[in-house]
Design a protein around this ligand. Structure first.
Ligand SMILES: [Zn+2]
Length: 500
C-alpha cells in the first residue's frame, strides 16, 4: 500500500469508469477513493495502538493531511462515491486531538446532497434527511460517521437527522434477520416506500449488516437507549453470523431470507468488500460487549468472555454462559479494590421475564428501559446470576407488512430459525406454521458446531400438488448456520395456513 502512495501522500486506489485517471478528489459515483482511505486510516490507527509502530499510521495520516490541504477552505466541492472516511476522521480526531480532522469529517458530511443520487447517498443534505433510502452500505457508513461526529460535536441538527433516519430503518425497512436493502432497489439499497420487504427481495449485503451494527452501537452511545442494541443483537446472531461459513473460508455477499434456487457462499467475489468487513467485526467483537461511563458499566451483549474494564483501578468482568443457546448467565465482578458503580444488565426485548440474584440473593428483576441496574460497592469476587428464559416464539410481523400477513417464522432468544429442505420430507414451501404449531427445542452438540434446533410435526399446505395430508417432521436450524451442509433450499418464513 505504501509503495503505491505518491510523494505528497495521495493513494490511487483505482478509479471507476468515467473518472479522469490523473485527477484527484473527483465526485464520481461508486468511486472508492475516500472509502478505501477511510478503512486504511482505521486499520492504521488500530495497528499503531496494537503494535506501537508508526509506518502505516504515518502513511495514512499523510493521505488525509493531503486531502485536508486540497479541500478544506478552498471553495472546492467533493462527494466521495462511498462514505466511510467520516468515521475514520472522527476516530483520528479522538486519537490525536487535532480539530482539523473533525472539521474535515464535518465538511465531508455537509457535502452530501448535490447530485440527487441515492445510489451514492447524495440525494439530500444529511441534516434534511429523515428517512433511509438508497445504497445500504453507503447509508450505514454515512450515518454511522455522522453519529460519531454528533457524539464529538453535539451538533443538534445532525443528531435529529440520524435519530429519525434510524427510526425509519428499524420500524419500516429491516428484514427479520437484521439485514437491510432490497434487490429491486437496483442499488443494493433501501426502497423509498415503507414496509415493503418481500421475502424474495432481500439483498441485505454483509457490509451493510456490519456498518449498521456499528451504527446501532454508536446510537446507543449517543442516547443510552437499549433498543438500538436489541437491533444490533438481531443482526449479530443472524444476518451477520450467516455471512461467514463455519469453515471460515467462504462468505455471502447477500443474506437472503429464502432460497428457492441454490445459493452458496463464495470464496471470492468480484466486488470483494464483504470479507474484510466480516473479519473486521470478528476481530473487534470483544470491544462491543461493554460500555463504561464515569461510575457505571453497561453489559451490552452476553457471551462467555473475560474483560478488563477501565473503571477506577480496573474491573474484571467474567461471563460464564452458553448464550445464545441458554439464557443463564453467571457474571463475576472483580474490581481490583472495592468500587462503587452501577452495573446495567441489558434485558433483550424478546425477554418475557428476567430474574437476577446477587451473591445468591434475589434482587428486583424488572427491567426499566431495557436494563436491570444494580448500584452497590462491588467487592472482588461478587457473583451475579442472570436468567433470561428462552421459550420458542412464533414471529408475526405487523399487518402493514402486507407480504407477511399469512406467514410466520420462529425465534428462540436472539436466534431466528429457518427450515432447510434436507430437514423435512415435504417441499419446504408446503410446510405450514399454524398458530397452534408446537415446537420443542433440543441442543444438538454434533450438529453445525453445536446448536439448538427446533423440532415439531407440522401440517402441509393442501394447495401444493403431490403433497400429503399427514403432518411431516421438521427440524429448524439457526439461520446463522444455514447452508453449511451443502447447497440447499431454505426459508425463514413459512405459510401459516394449510389451505389457500
Ligand atoms: Zn460488501
Amino acid at each position: 500500500m505504501r509503495a503505491g502512495q505518491t510523494d505528497d501522500g495521495y493513494f490511487a486506489f483505482g478509479w471507476p469508469p468515467g473518472a479522469e485517471p490523473s485527477g484527484r478528489w473527483q465526485t464520481v459515483g461508486y468511486s472508492h477513493e475516500a472509502y478505501a482511505l477511510g478503512h486504511y486510516l482505521e486499520a492504521a490507527i488500530a495497528y499503531r495502538e496494537a503494535t506501537g509502530t508508526t509506518e502505516l499510521y504515518d502513511s495514512a495520516v499523510r493521505g488525509v493531511d493531503l486531502m485536508a490541504r486540497d479541500l478544506l477552505d478552498t471553495g472546492r466541492t467533493y462527494v466521495g462515491g462511498h462514505p466511510e472516511l467520516e468515521q475514520a476522521l472522527t476516530r483520528l480526531w479522538g486519537f490525536t486531538g487535532d480539530e482539523r480532522y473533525l472539521r474535515l469529517a464535518g465538511w465531508l458530511i455537509e457535502q452530501r446532497g448535490q447530485s440527487g443520487d441515492s445510489g451514492m447517498q447524495d440525494h439530500l443534505p444529511v441534516r434534511e434527511t429523515r428517512t433511509i433510502e438508497g445504497h445500504a452500505v453507503c447509508a450505514a457508513y454515512l450515518y454511522n460517521g455522522t453519529t460519531e461526529y454528533v457524539g464529538a460535536t453535539g451538533d443538534p441538527g445532525l443528531r435529529e437527522a440520524v435519530l429519525a433516519i434510524w427510526d425509519d430503518l428499524a420500524t419500516h425497512k429491516l428484514y427479520v434477520h437484521g439485514g437491510g436493502g432490497n434487490t429491486s432497489s437496483g442499488c443494493e439499497g433501501y426502497l423509498r416506500e415503507p414496509d415493503v420487504l418481500p421475502p424474495g427481495d432481500a439483498y441485505c449485503e454483509s457490509c451493510a449488516v456490519f456498518g449498521t451494527f456499528q451504527w446501532a452501537h454508536n446510537l446507543f452511545h449517543l442516547t443510552g437507549d437499549a433498543s438500538y442494541l436489541d437491533v444490533a443483537e438481531r443482526m449479530l446472531y443472524n444476518a451477520f453470523y450467516a455471512s461467514l461459513a463455519l469453515t471460515g473460508d467462504s462468505f455471502f455477499y447477500k443474506n437472503v431470507v429464502q432460497a428457492f434456487e441454490l445459493y452458496v457462499r463464495a470464496a471470492w467475489h468480484y466486488c470483494p468488500c464483504c470479507p474484510p468487513n466480516i473479519t473486521k467485526l470478528l476481530a473487534k467483537i470483544g470491544g462491543f460487549l461493554y460500555a463504561v461511563g464515569a461510575d457505571e458499566v453497561f453489559v451490552k451483549h452476553y457471551g462467555a468472555s473475560e474483560a478488563t474494564l477501565p473503571l477506577g483501578d480496573g474491573v474484571i468482568v467474567t461471563q460464564e454462559t452458553d448464550y445464545p443457546w441458554d439464557g443463564a448467565i453467571a457474571l463475576r465482578v472483580d474490581p481490583s479494590v472495592p468500587e462503587t458503580f452501577t452495573l446495567h444488565l441489558r434485558v433483550p426485548h424478546w425477554t418475557r421475564s428476567a430474574s437476577l440474584a446477587v451473591n445468591g440473593s434475589p434482587v428486583d428483576g424488572d427491567a426499566r428501559d431495557g436494563w436491570i441496574s444494580v448500584r452497590r460497592t462491588w467487592q472482588p469476587g461478587d457473583a451475579l446470576e442472570l436468567v433470561l428464559p428462552m421459550p420458542v416464539e412464533r414471529v408475526k410481523l405487523p399487518e402493514r407488512f402486507t407480504h407477511y400477513r399469512d406467514r410466520a417464522a420462529l425465534q428462540r432468544g436472539p436466534i431466528v430459525y429457518c427450515l432447510e429442505q434436507k430437514d423435512t420430507p415435504a417441499p419446504i414451501i408446503a410446510v405450514c406454521l399454524p398458530p397452534d404449531a408446537r415446537l420443542t427445542d433440543r441442543f444438538a452438540p454434533d450438529l453445525l458446531g453445536g446448536v439448538t434446533v427446533l423440532e415439531g410435526s407440522l401440517p402441509q399446505a393442501t394447495w401444493i400438488p403431490n403433497t400429503w395430508d399427514s403432518a411431516v417432521p421438521a427440524t429448524f436450524v439457526p439461520y446463522g448456520v444455514w447452508s453449511n451442509r451443502g447447497p440447499d433450499f431454505m426459508s425463514i418464513w413459512l405459510p401459516e395456513g394449510v389451505a389457500a
